[in-house]
Design a protein around this ligand. Sequence first.
Ligand code: AMP
Length: 278
Amino acid sequence: MLIIKDKRALQEAVNELKLGNKSIGFVPTMGALHQGHLSLVEKAKVENDVVVCSVFVNPTQFNDKVDFANYPRTEQEDTDLLKNNGCSILYLPTVEDIYEGEEDFNLDLKGLDNTLEGSYRPGHFDGVVRVVKRFFEIVNPTKSYFGLKDYQQFLIIKELANSFGLGGEIIGCETFRESSGLAMSSRNQLLTSEEKRIAQEIFKSFSNIKNQANSVSILKLIEIEKERLSKWFLIDYFEARDSKNLKEINSETLQSGRLFFAGKIGKVRLIDNIGIFN
Ligand code: AMP
């Protein structure tokens, strides 16, 4: 595995591969890698000749300085994991390397950024869009892989890719869960064992709603589960939204509805989402 810290060296390596007609699958991450990330790498490996991964904790997407400072950083373990799981090129840029040469741009996200995470983390998606646009310009991938764990981010990245013709094909990958149902997340490392046990309740609530969705009103079911989870969590939101545009669901859009949860347990904020009928 090639480890590259400089964008020009990365671009040279990618250009050479493209001259040889090789397809490039790109997996951007913030590190502290787990099996969820590796499932994206695996999919990229199956679908492309070469896999490029990045590990970069992007300061511009953290609206909270303490959260940025506390974000887990495990560079050596990440490097070893990627080397052993099919990554060919690991891009480990500095902040300067990414943002040097950035041009101003306007992007209409059609309201996708103003709701859910956007309401609770002001400026977060501006930072995500900025960094992913830079990555797409630098890496110029054939296909790019994003987790549906961050569903709102996935929709926003698709909009970014369509608007600028960047990133190649955007592939959404199913959320990888522990056997308990807890969605894997780098932030899980920050939970105590008791908090981790409680964190499983999010998936239990999702399952309770999915199991009764055919016979009971979704809004009623969410109200019950929100009440149940509020014993342990400081909940930011628990809502059903249209999976295409994140608007509130109605009887016509119910079939393509998704549940979205965000809440804090102790000091750690967790998010998760799931399709109601699929
Ligand atoms: P992050 O390092 O948290 O920025 O995540 C990098 C990529 O991995 C994003 O596209 C995430 O949506 C994706 N990802 C994170 N956790 C999971 C998971 N449990 N299952 C699938 N994809 C994930």
